[in-house]
Design a protein around this ligand. Structure first.
Ligand code: KMT
Ligand code: NI
Length: 178
């Protein structure tokens, strides 16, 4: 499964792991309380995987495309990576399924601390609408991911501060008592 941990606050290369010393791990259960959900699938059979099919049906993920994040294949690679690493939120859930390689998704916890989630082949994650997050490649500099969406995709990202959106308020309310 995935591994997650609280990040140090060093300004070093975003692609490094940025673990605290000693490491402060974050469990799937703690992620769940933040509204972050996780599945482990067999990425070798993603095209015909009945498990993926079930999740898509259940959640209504009608849209699907593939993004390969590599300097030779992604137009405006550096610019996009910079954008992805700006702290932001979306008005819809962000659903990503890693087909190849690996990458980090960082999410804010309730106390506004960064949690780093290490994703690799076969990891599917959903970040709830309204959560502040960011994305980076790790030092291997490559990943290929499936992007899923309910209906027509909206990729628009709102950089922090974006606290006035209803969805942000709704997200914060959802954390109460969890
Ligand atoms: C986002 O909005 O954070 C992203 O789309 C990240 C890159 S997709 C693997
Ligand atoms: Ni995002």
């Amino acid at each position: 499964g995935i591994e997650a941990w609280y990040m140090d606050s060093s300004d070093e290369d975003q692609r490094k792991h940025h673990r605290l010393n000693p490491n402060q791990p974050v469990s799937l259960d703690e992620l769940k309380k933040l509204g972050v959900c996780y599945w482990k699938l067999n990425a070798d059979i993603y095209k015909t995987d009945p498990e993926l099919e079930n999740i898509r049906k259940d959640k209504g993920y009608s849209y699907m495309d593939i993004i390969a994040i590599h300097k030779d294949t992604l137009p405006n690679f550096e610019e996009k990576l910079k954008m992805f690493y700006e702290e932001h939120l979306h008005l819809d859930d962000e659903i990503r399924y890693i087909l190849e390689g690996q990458a980090y998704f960082d999410v804010r916890d309730k106390e506004d601390r960064w949690i780093r989630i290490a994703m690799s082949k076969g990891d599917l994650i959903t970040l709830p609408a309204g959560i502040y997050h960011r994305f980076t490649l790790d030092e291997t500099n490559y990943t290929k991911a499936l992007r899923l969406f309910v209906g027509e995709p909206v990729w628009k990202a709102y950089n922090r501060p974006a606290d006035d959106f209803k969805i942000r308020q709704k997200y914060i309310a959802s954390l109460q008592g969890s």
